[in-house]
Design a protein around this ligand. Structure first.
Ligand code: GLN
Length: 489
């Protein structure tokens, strides 16, 4: 089944080849027939109502670029009157009383929500296996090998890859957009911290969380980001910068572009096939006129330990609101208030979430705060300084998105550290608040997609998307679909 990008579908809608209602019904049918477990909730009636509205607006002459396009929303975004679970039992029956600003922004551009996608519980995970609603099948797996789609935005990645939606939203705290994009052959963009409002997006680690698009192409990512980004008074960390058109630089030439290659990115655990594919992608950039520069990010090795103190610390505080009293799951049996808290949280949270809450509470406790939390914050500064220093010599930093391609379901669940190591290349970017993307860069011998990771200085998303787009003009990895959908690879 050949891939239809957002851009192509927008053209079809504009020319009247298809209506939003027809398109939406078509995707709803595909979702219905699929067995990927990519969605937690599907709101068919609401999607069709939104699509009809978009068709009416178009008939009256409205013409915003993505008007009437149906997409999937990660189930971390609140949508008023809709079940919003964040992949957790504790929110399994929670109906959001308001809508996230990012979703509100997208709606005002006429985008239609098909449903809410599966995800690791509270976005903690790299394989979607911590979801209360079960794992998600990577469409690139085979009938005899069930592969993870990556996480935590695994449902979004599988949905777009299996063409159950032409695009989806994700969130990225330590790699949750880019890693699943790499595992499912998509373009995934984590914008600069502050670009997209966090209001109504259930918090994991507030100083790291950022929403972004998951699409087939960089061009689609630019169009979708145009509808997601923007200052929001309701989020004090949202950036008050003038609205930008992220498509504006797409066609610029890359002649003279300086690509920084950090020596730390060729690390011990890197799969040789991934290394080789990334190397050949970088060669392609040389053909486009780019020059290669050696750079160093000497504190990269400290990113994982720093993240695994800061993120759990913030999570332990953010998740204290789930107490069984105000909303969410409440235990049936308790004798007093303390037991109500204890039993609701014990029964409502999964293992990984509990692990993070305990690590976070420990790192923040008096007596350990200086040894862990405050040290981790200092490392964060050093990591950020490394990027500033490297960007004196280059416009973009490139390397692999992940050390390996998608792995088998169940193969890492017993070993949290091997799971955490997946994010070794993506986490430094979140600590520094920078924009970064993963784009398809080819396939291993066994046909698994590999992602090329690219990082630019703060607020340079337009440049980043230009760099990604120019590569996609001369390659077609991103247009390959898995053999489970009749693709050739
Ligand atoms: N895999 C990382 C974690 O478990 C990152 C998750 C994310 O970006 N939400 O913390």
């Amino acid at each position: 089944m050949s891939i239809k990008t957002l851009t192509q579908l927008a053209g079809d809608l504009k020319n009247g080849r298809v209506s939003s209602e027809e398109l939406t019904r078509d995707y709803l049918t595909k979702i219905d027939l699929s067995d990927h477990n990519a969605f937690i909730s599907v709101n068919a009636d609401s999607a069709i109502t939104q699509a009809k509205e978009a068709d009416k607006k178009r008939a009256k002459g409205a013409d915003s670029p993505l008007l009437g396009l149906p997409i999937a929303q990660k189930d971390i975004f609140c949508i008023e009157g809709t079940r919003t679970t964040c992949g957790s039992k504790i929110l399994s029956d929670f109906e959001a009383p308001y809508t996230a600003s990012v979703v509100e922004n997208m709606r005002s551009h006429g985008l239609v929500t098909l449903g809410k996608t599966n995800m690791d519980e509270f976005a903690m995970g790299s394989s979607n296996e911590t979801s209360y609603f079960g794992g998600v099948k990577n469409p690139w797996g085979s009938s005899d090998e069930n592969l993870v789609p990556g996480g935590s935005s695994g449902g979004s990645a599988a949905a777009v890859s299996a063409q159950l939606a032409p695009a989806a939203t994700g969130t990225d705290t330590g790699g949750s957009i880019r890693q699943p994009a790499a595992f499912c052959n998509l373009t995934g963009l984590k914008p600069s911290y502050g670009r997209c409002s966090r209001y109504g997006m259930i918090a994991f680690a507030s100083s790291l969380d950022q929403a972004g698009p998951m699409t087939h192409t960089a061009e689609d990512a630019a169009l979708l980001l145009n509808t997601m980004a923007g200052f929001d008074q309701k989020d004090s960390t949202s950036l008050d910068v003038p609205a930008e058109d992220f498509t504006i630089m797409l066609e610029d030439s890359l002649s003279g572009l300086k690509i920084g290659l950090p020596k730390e990115y060729v690390s011990e655990g890197l799969d040789p096939e991934v290394a080789a594919l990334v190397e050949s992608a970088i060669k392609e950039y040389e053909k486009l006129g780019a020059q290669l520069v050696d750079v160093s990010l000497p504190n990269s090795a400290l990113a994982l330990p720093s993240y695994y103190v800061i993120a759990p610390a913030e999570a332990s505080s953010n998740l204290s609101r789930f107490d069984g009293v105000r909303y969410g799951y409440r235990a049936e049996e308790y004798e007093n208030l303390e037991e109500l808290y204890l039993n609701s949280r014990t029964e409502g949270f999964g293992e990984e979430v509990k692990r993070r809450i305990m690590i976070g509470a420990y790192a923040l406790s008096s007596g350990y705060y200086d040894a862990y939390y405050s040290k981790a914050q200092k490392l964060r500064r050093l990591i950020s300084n490394d990027f500033d220093a490297a960007f004196k010599y280059c416009d973009v930093i490139m390397g692999p998105t992940t050390p390996s391609p998608a792995f088998a379901a169940g193969s890492r669940t017993d070993d949290p550290v091997s799971m955490y190591l997946n994010d070794i290349y993506t986490i430094p970017v979140n600590l520094a608040g920078l924009p970064a993307a993963s784009i398809p860069a080819g396939f291993t011998q066994s046909g698994l997609p590999v992602g090329l990771h690219m990082i630019t200085p703060y607020l340079r998303e337009a440049k980043l998307l230009n760099i990604a787009h120019q590569y996609q003009l001369v390659t077609d990895w991103h247009m390959q679909s898995p053999s489970s959908l009749g693709g050739t690879t």
